[in-house]
Design a protein around this ligand. Sequence first.
Ligand SMILES: *Cc1c(COP(=O)(O)O)cnc(C)c1O
Length: 454
Amino acid sequence: MSDNYSKVLLEESEMPTQWYNVIPDLPTPPPPPLHPGTLEPIGPDDLAPLFPMALIMQEVSTDSYIDIPGEVLDVYRLWRPSPLLRARRLEKALDTPAKIFLKYEGVSPAGSHKPNTAVPQAFYNAQEGVKRLTTETGAGQWGSALAFATAQFGLDCEVWQVRASYDQKPYRKTMMELWGATLHASPSNLTEAGRAILATDPDSPGSLGIAISEAVEQAAQSEETRYALGSVLNHVLLHQTIIGEEALLQLAKVGETPDLLVGCTGGGSNFGGLSFPFLREKLAGRMDPVIRCVEPAACPSLSRGEYRYDFGDTGQLTPLVKMHTLGHTFIPDPIHAGGLRYHGMAPLVSHIYNLGLVEAEAIHQTECFAAALQFARSEGIVPAPEPTHAIAAAIREALRCKETGEEKVILTALCGHGHMDMAAYEKYLAGELVDYEFPEAAIAEAMANVPVIN
Ligand SMILES: *Cc1c(COP(=O)(O)O)cnc(C)c1O
């Protein structure tokens, strides 16, 4: 291939047909989730009210590879394989010798990487006779992805959308309704968890932790209903590995190996999806990239949180999982990267970080939006607020390369477009976007509510 390409494509026939499970390749497995009552490791039966057995088995699987069902591959083919972009115009604007690659997931119907897991989750639920899925959504991307996926397999979909985002992003709501989903602003008065929050704070802007409690409570009450989570869990990260598997093939086509992977981390799924196949290569000694998580300075669960057992939701309905956490009652400041406003981090990403296999840095939102502007003006694509963190981190590195003259190959996931996020860009352009101080006191308060488990 000549060296003046700006994107690397795969044929449909080259699309990977298996997901990769990183757990068997790690030096130690991640600590198990615990039952909040007995503090014993939970078994598959404990999760059965919430998830179909196929997903529970994937959650605890020790197989390295899992076949992607044909029905799922058929839906993936609506947009996959996704392109690998080479950001030549950005490189030129930065005057850097570094090469910047972006795996672009904004080409999916919902505009992010989330359909990569929404589709198999809807498929396995439908296969096991489930009629309805409940879920939460923060920025609206996960709700959109699940609304799209459930429409593919004839399931009903009920979404609790964090109040702040429900009010700020009316078009995400319309998008979900267009695919057939039913929407509720969270906290709602439809659930005990929601009513409890409203009783103390009738104007609560909501949080992902609260919305999860509402969706879980509803699913647990009905035999025909299950719950779907868009990030954090092992099976979600598993489904997202199609991103990294494709990127490996695409980089090989142009004869490149990455020196640095950077990904934004909310719950860890786009990061895990991109990086785990490369971590496999690293652990096998076939390449040696630095792998870095980027998180918002207003919600820095990896770099400033503690690695402890905590609840996944505010209402304490989920199992206890060992993860980097800011405390399940922590409500982050309203930064525009709604998808990164989660108090915890995927147990798998937390474990890998704790093993020293990946690093983390936190960046404030104004630097991220400045990076997004430079990116949009050079490469054209308007990124979602979440991957602006990854772009800012890539630009930081590319500018360091300019100083040192290193020709590093940088790979990141451009995990969604920002077409539904114009309100955030409008604020940025008007000079109204602010950075929030590291919320030390709020985190200390929330950490006091984290159970003490030895
Ligand atoms: C949901 C979302 C995120 C955050 O979730 P992860 O599980 O960390 O990937 C980031 N970017 C986009 C575009 C999202 O939709």
